[in-house]
Design a protein around this ligand. Structure first.
Ligand code: LLP
Length: 387
């Protein structure tokens, strides 16, 4: 919910911009950390979801570690105060330079996605006179029932090491002296709303870790990744995701051995609902068949609708009155630059301010300069300028 006072101040700002509700972020973090403390779990925030300095600072201060997918994310996490002993690093294509960056930082774990990667990390670590802690990112062949572009745990997806490769991994690890296997990592997809997927994942984790334990290979850490979805349709009714149900399901279904630590990598569920993209209506175009609301924000600011057919709830913040059906589009020269198809909004006019909700995750961080548009700035609820 954006306050009337905030909307008044928006009027003086140039649009489009991202607006972050700091109070909601803190509340979300409090609920999350209370639960992970209750169960004794560890969390590493997925920096890729939103890497704004203030957001990172708030999350770091809440005590979370960081989950990174590039050397620059590792650097940023360290610079933002995340303790390297709480940084994990995944990704199918870690370059030598990136691996060295992470080795120098002394991160907690490389989440390895292929056999050749393990060999390269070993060789680079040996060259630097160090030993790298690694976990195997396992592809458990589970369908997370989400959009195909953000599904990562099916056998046809590029991520992770498949169970049929375990034998070769175990053989290789016997020969390598500059890597130490510390755990198994799983991340099967994002925006998962079918909660039945998580018990299934827990059962797979048990089956797969058994393979190692039976061979006498100790698995000290189980990392279940991120993926918990948020309510894009009703963000105002459900500003905080279903953390309680999620952790209850995990706790009930995951077999954790004594001395084992359990880790998570939440991204969207932490930052998704605290961010909105605020835009001004440039034109309302009344066609024969359709009415178009043309915003000054486009797919260059928020690419999720164009890339994943995602829907973000749209609200006209400054008009009320009779409702009409509109298509809401951006200014970019692409037909996919469309935020909504046939949505009801109050009669909308040039100059109205519009909010696109649930844009805190994979919004600003995926912005681009296509059409040479400016990159939208960020404003925070407790730092809104008054002039
Ligand atoms: N861990 C790993 C290894 C990941 O690849 C991801 C996200 C996460 C954790 C965090 O997942 P989350 O809790 O946010 O679901 N741009 C897409 C989402 C891409 C997700 C990539 N990986 C979107 O806008 O929907």
């Amino acid at each position: 919910m954006i306050s009337q006072e905030a909307i008044r101040r928006f009027g003086q700002l140039s649009t489009p911009f991202y607006y972050y509700d700091v109070e909601l972020l803190s509340k979300t973090l409090l609920e999350y950390t209370t639960l992970i403390n209750k169960y004794g779990y560890n969390a590493h925030y997925a920096v890729k979801a939103n890497a704004e300095p203030r957001i990172l600072q708030i999350i770091q201060e809440a005590g979370l570690g960081a989950d990174c997918v590039s050397g620059n994310e590792v650097k940023l996490a360290v610079e933002s105060g995340f303790n390297p002993s709480k940084i994990v690093y995944a990704g199918v294509g870690k370059s030598d330079k990136e691996i060295k960056t992470a080795l120098e930082a002394g991160i907690f774990s490389f989440n390895c996605e292929s056999i050749p990667e393990i060999q390269v990390i070993n060789d680079l670590a040996a060259g630097m006179g160090t030993c790298a802690r690694i976990s195997l990112r396992v592809n458990p062949n589970i369908d997370a029932h989400t959009h195909q572009y953000i599904s990562t745990g099916r056998k046809e997806d590029k991520f992770g090491i498949s169970p049929w490769e375990f034998e070769a991994v175990a053989e290789l690890l016997k020969k390598l002296s500059s890597v130490e296997l510390i755990g198994l990592h799983f991340h099967i997809g994002s925006q998962i709303t079918d909660m039945s997927v998580f018990p299934l994942l827990c059962r797979m984790v048990e089956d797969l870790q058994k393979w190692f334990i039976d061979k006498g290979i100790e698995i000290k850490n189980l990392n279940l990744g991120g993926g918990l979805g948020i309510d894009y349709d009703n963000p105002l009714q459900h500003p905080i995701p279903q953390f309680k149900e999620y952790f209850e399901l995990i706790h009930k279904n995951l077999i954790v051995r004594p001395e084992q630590k359990v880790h998570f990598e939440p991204g969207r569920s932490i930052v998704g609902q605290c961010g909105s993209l605020i835009s001004r209506v440039l034109y309302v175009k009344i066609g024969r068949e359709k009415k178009f609301v043309i915003l000054d924000a486009g797919m260059n600011d928020l690419i999720r609708p164009a890339l994943y057919q995602a829907t973000h709830k749209i609200e006209n913040l400054t008009s009320s009155g009779e409702q009409y059906l509109y298509d809401v589009v951006g200014p970019v020269c692409e037909s996919s630059d469309k935020f909504a198809h046939d949505v009801y909004l109050p009669e909308t006019k040039r100059g109205d301010l519009v909010a696109l909700y649930s844009a805190g995750a994979y919004g600003q961080v995926m912005a681009m300069k296509y059409n040479q548009k400016d990159i939208a700035k960020a404003y925070y609820s407790d730092e809104l300028p008054d002039k």
